[in-house]
Design a protein around this ligand. Structure first.
Ligand code: PLP
Length: 447
């Protein structure tokens, strides 16, 4: 790690321009009103002295609006008790709200039945549940599991572990240098031994939007089951599991304005029904004897122990908030910010953006500079109040494929503004200038 210079960069003050109605290079009619930031108390703060917080680490975890925080507080102050067990007022209230949240999730992702919605602790837990329960019951030596080169470790390591346990074979759909799947390879990779195709709907590094519907169509034709890691898509784009052709789909509440510790696994009823229980304990049983048990009906069969009750109810409130604004509008807002960020960052000499052009990507931009290292870029940005992420973003094989050890990622959500993109681009340009090797001049701009 190199020493962090003391000098501060002269920055655009985002708070002074947040309420501008138009910013050059951006179509402000496509943006959400900046006034919705007032719903997010955490965004109001200054960091490192007098720098307004510019929060661009949303792909890792988003912030929560008052409406979600208030529901959490209300549950704990008025309605909290364990669910499904107690014959008393608070337990009935908690149970009613917990199940109402499940119904909100069902409608949000277009599932047919709420018993297909299993509350988990997050995307990772949902994918591991499938690997352990469906995987152990269905995958044998010689079977094949197909993933992509761009998977998050959460949708890779559980399958590596399953192949270790079973003797199955893990294969990867390759990517182009632009970070898109080589779909032509799919037909030869899909064989009669392929039992599962597990794919991210949106890459958390490249922003690539994968053609899940097409992949699912071809996978089903080959007789394989399809799992979608939707951690980076459900918060940002309208999702319909049936239209997508997902047999399983996992996502996390904390990436969509909800609390941590709550996530969702959607599974088609027929599949969930046939799967053995995964975790054993309270709530997941129908009857227990000294030497055996019978499992509960869906979805309780997969919700052993006390579930994350208040977080689930608050996830319901997050869904209400997202629905009020509208997923289409959120998607358009993020797309416009991302397009603008892409253009502004590419003005920085030597900067490399990972992944496809803006029209084929979701609202995040990962990049590298010749100098300094991505971690140092993130640290210098933090000194200016700008929160981004740096590292391999839990996608090590993807970084190996791209020939880089790490990258810096800015990821957007509904409360980000064009002025914040300006702040990011200006700060990155100054970092670049500061670390330009002595004697080397800035490359002339293309005519
Ligand atoms: N999948 C993708 C594509 C992600 O981006 C993430 C988190 O960043 C995960 C899975 C894991 O989510 P969680 O840590 O909430 O389980």
């Amino acid at each position: 790690m190199w020493p962090i210079p003391n000098a501060k960069f002269a920055m655009t003050n985002p708070s002074s321009v947040i309420f501008m109605s138009s910013v050059a290079g951006i179509d402000s009619s496509k943006l959400l009103p900046a006034s919705l930031r007032e719903d997010f108390p955490i965004l109001e703060q200054l960091v490192h002295g007098d720098h307004p917080l510019v929060f661009l680490d949303n792909a890792a975890s988003t912030q929560r609006p008052r409406q979600v925080i208030d529901v959490l507080r209300r549950v704990y102050e008025h309605d909290y008790a364990n669910v499904h067990r107690g014959i008393h007022t608070l337990s009935e209230r908690s149970t009613e709200q917990y199940e109402a949240a499940r119904e909100k999730v069902r409608a949000f992702i277009g599932a047919e039945k709420s018993l297909e919605i299993v509350f988990t602790s997050g995307s990772t837990a949902g994918i591991n549940l499938v690997a352990r329960s469906w995987g152990d019951a269905n995958i044998k030596a010689g079977d094949e599991i197909l993933v992509t080169t761009m998977e998050h470790h959460s949708n890779l390591v559980p399958w590596q572990q399953l192949t270790e346990r079973s003797g199955a074979i893990l294969k990867h759909i390759p990517i182009t240098d632009d970070g898109e799947l080589v779909l032509d390879a799919l037909d030869s990779l899909l064989t009669k031994r392929t039992k599962l195709v597990a794919v991210a709907s949106v890459s958390n590094v490249l922003g690539t939007i994968n053609p899940v519907r097409e992949i699912a169509r071809r996978a089903h034709a080959a007789g394989a089951v399809v799992l979608v890691d939707a951690a980076q898509s459900v918060p940002h784009v309208p999702t319909n599991v049936r239209e997508l052709g997902a047999d399983f789909l996992a996502f996390s509440g904390h990436k969509m304005l909800g609390p941590t510790g709550i996530g969702v696994l959607y599974g088609r009823e027929e599949l969930l029904d046939a799967m053995p229980a995964f975790l054993g304990g309270g709530s997941m049983i129908n009857r227990v004897w000294p030497d055996r048990f019978t499992p509960a009906e869906l979805p309780a069969k997969f919700e052993a122990g006390t579930p994350p009750i208040a977080p689930a109810i608050a996830l319901g409130a997050a869904i209400d908030y997202l629905n009020l604004i509208g997923l289409e509008k959120i998607q358009q807002h993020e797309h416009e910010l991302c397009r603008y960020a892409y253009e502004r960052l590419l003005e920085v000499d030597g900067l490399r953006i990972l992944g496809p052009p803006p029209d084929r990507r979701a609202g995040l931009v990962s990049f590298t500079l010749p100098e300094p290292h991505p971690h140092d870029i993130a640290q210098l940005l933090d000194e200016e109040g700008i929160a981004v992420r740096a590292g391999h973003h839990c996608a090590w094989p993807l970084h190996d494929r791209l020939g880089i050890p790490a990258s810096t990622r800015a990821s957007f959500y509904l409360y980000n503004t064009a002025a914040e993109v300006d702040a990011l681009a200006e700060c990155v340009a100054k970092i670049r200038d500061r670390f330009r090797p002595r004697g080397r001049k800035r490359a002339p701009k293309p005519a």
